[in-house]
Design a protein around this ligand. Structure first.
Ligand code: BGC
Length: 469
């Protein structure tokens, strides 16, 4: 009965919220609002029915997390961590869960940046088969939380002192309407310029600080028969490079006016023109022909010296380490020219679906494990990210992680939320922008003003709720 009662509270929460949304959107959006309202009610009803139907079964397993003499509890976890480094990191958490007699049932959907996983998640939820936990980045989990589908983790977060321990940016990210709805794993930096240390030493090169430097270094590398910059033509990887170029051109304030505020005027700005031109100019230094390859393959090119530099999120560092390479010996980290002070970030989190609440004890245990300092340290060393704790164990961090931590610690004025990795805008806006940037990158005949017009019109038509007008 407790189970159903909790869901009813959530239903009230949603009912109260909807009129706010309606007035926020103005009167001309009545049709769209109504559709959204109906969808939400349908989904809510669906989840409510599911809860009620399984309440009886669930009540039996409401006992606290399984002790050693009880049959193991299990949690299905949906995620897209399938590369060598990602797997090693995940195994740390799965191993800790196992020590608590809770089995991590893996639902891994391959595909960098979670393109496949986010679609699978949607279908699973709509089919009433939501996993008990899911990798859910950024503002996207707000959509599920708004529907009352996520387990509130306040009973772990409050006694665990999360508000005090977490970076303020991470704390506000995991909060939805005053409740903690996700357990944060780590903070990735996206504006890294990885370079092959052995090649740089052999050719007596220093990592480039400016674009002029970059061109000089790239030229020398090419003369030595080495591809200067590893790059795949996969859309999200192109857009990941592009967002670092926007940051380089403009700093976080302008970056936010584009990708967080979706200000149409900002897309017409000269700074956008420059970032686009830079993206196209960099093609000169990339492999030819440019192929659509998964990110670990591009990382492999950096590792084996086929390419000398690579702009990628620091999950690439996790991969290099998993292959036995060493920071500052085989490879090193610098930043994309013009972004040394900034931190273009993506925070990985696990959110838990409430379902019938029968998994709550195990889910809360998982959240507690994720936030413990030893797990934060071990997981992030392997993942290539940094801990979400504002005062982590610095002695356990390599130079890349320390630089990332120092930049992130400077606060929100120096932080830029990744568009591609779901920290800035919702899925609809992100997908539309990524597709246009990719088109521009692939088609050399498309002019900057063309793509800028298209991006501005996307910004005009995508509302904050992610629906196209
Ligand atoms: C996630 C990382 C993951 C990367 C590559 C990013 O969106 O935040 O955890 O390693 O995608 O798939």
């Amino acid at each position: 009965m407790f189970i159903v009662h909790k869901n009813i509270n959530k239903a009230h929460m949603i009912d109260k919220r909807l009129p706010e949304r309606r007035s926020g959107q103005g009167t001309d959006n009545g049709g769209r609002w109504l559709t959204a309202y109906c969808n939400r009610i349908a989904l809510l009803a669906f989840s409510y029915l599911l809860s009620a139907a399984s309440a009886a079964a669930g009540a039996a397993s409401l006992a606290p997390a399984a002790g050693l003499n009880q049959p193991p509890a299990s949690l299905q976890v949906l995620h897209w961590w399938t590369s060598a480094g990602e797997r090693k990191a995940v195994d740390v958490i799965a191993g800790k869960l196992a020590e608590e007699n809770i089995q991590w049932r893996d639902a891994a959907i391959p595909g960098g940046a979670g393109l496949g996983a986010s679609k699978v998640l949607k279908s699973m939820v709509l089919a009433g088969k939501a996993p008990e936990a899911t990798q859910l980045n950024g503002i996207v989990f707000g959509e599920w939380a708004d529907l009352g589908l996520l387990l509130e983790l306040d009973d772990v977060a409050t006694p665990g002192n999360w508000q005090k321990l977490l970076f303020p940016t991470v704390w506000s990210l995991v909060l939805n309407r005053g409740h903690v709805v996700a357990a944060p794993l780590g903070i990735h930096r996206i504006n890294n310029l990885f370079y092959n240390k052995k090649i740089f030493e052999r050719l007596n090169l220093a990592p480039p600080k400016t674009w002029a430097d970059f061109n000089r270094v790239a030229d020398k590398l090419r003369q030595a028969g080495i591809t200067p910059l590893a790059q795949s033509s996969e859309a999200w990887q192109v857009a990941t490079l592009f967002e670092t170029l926007v940051l380089a051109e403009s700093g976080p304030a302008y970056y936010r006016s584009l990708f967080v505020d979706l200000n149409p005027l900002a897309f017409g700005d000269q700074r956008m023109t420059h970032a686009l031109k830079r993206l196209r100019a960099l093609k000169e230094w990339m492999p030819t022909p440019l192929r659509e390859r998964p990110w670990p393959e591009m990382t492999r090119q950096l590792a084996n010296g086929e390419a000398a530099m690579f702009v990628m999120g620091d999950w690439a560092k996790g991969e290099l380490l998993a292959w036995g390479l060493n920071t500052d010996q085989d490879f090193a980290c610098s930043t994309v020219p013009g972004t040394a002070d900034y931190h273009l970030y993506s925070v990985d989190t696990l959110a838990m679906f409430a379902g019938d609440y029968s998994h709550q004890p195990a889910q809360e245990k998982l959240a507690q494990i994720i936030m413990s300092l030893p797990v934060q340290t071990a997981y992030n060393q392997l993942k290539g990210a940094i801990s979400v704790w504002r005062s982590p164990d610095l002695s356990k961090m390599d130079s890349c992680a320390r630089a990332s931590w120092a930049a992130f610690s400077k606060g929100s004025a120096y932080q830029a939320p990744s568009l591609v990795h779901r920290m800035a805008a919702d899925e609809t806006a992100k997908d539309a922008i990524v597709a246009e940037v990719h088109r521009y990158f692939i088609d050399d005949k498309m002019s900057e003003s063309d793509v800028q017009r298209k991006l501005a019109s996307i910004a005009r038509t995508v509302t904050k709720t992610g629906k196209l007008e």
